[in-house]
Design a binder for this molecule. Sequence first.
Ligand code: ZN
Length: 177
Amino acid sequence: MAILKVAQMGHPVLRKKAKALEPTEVRTAPFQKLIDDMMETMHEYAGIGLAGPQVHESLRLFVAGIEQPDGSLRVMPFVNPEVTPLGTVTTEDWEGCLSIPDIRGRVPRPDRIVVRALDRRGKPFEMELSGYPARVVQHETDHLDGVLFFDRMTSLASLTYLEEYSRFWRGHDEDND
Ligand code: ZN
């Protein structure tokens, strides 16, 4: 496995629409290695999600840590993800991005979604999510369409550097609804 270089905001790959994959492509050895390398890269930089374009691969793939019903965190790949919001509730909460280091901002997003994707064998699955995991999946799916979290903010007033976030905001607003 290898740690990949993470594209930083301003790199054109982060603004491109990424290419969908065929199930047969998903099963190839190079693609399996890409999934493993992305998981390793995500762990290295302590992220909760990482999308293909963030490692200069303009492909519709992301990896994300999804909390399981038993509370454990399972890191999973999502290939060709399609997100459908459920209900009308929107929540605002803090987001960060490995491609926009050391900045946090508050982003409104639908609270409940269903995501349909292919797994690492190219088999379709679907998952209903709410709260933080739903937010992570939407943030990562946005990367596949060239969208960054700044684009989703309704106001830039909450933008904060990580140091100030730790000083003034962390913990004050957790579990925000
Ligand atoms: Zn991101």
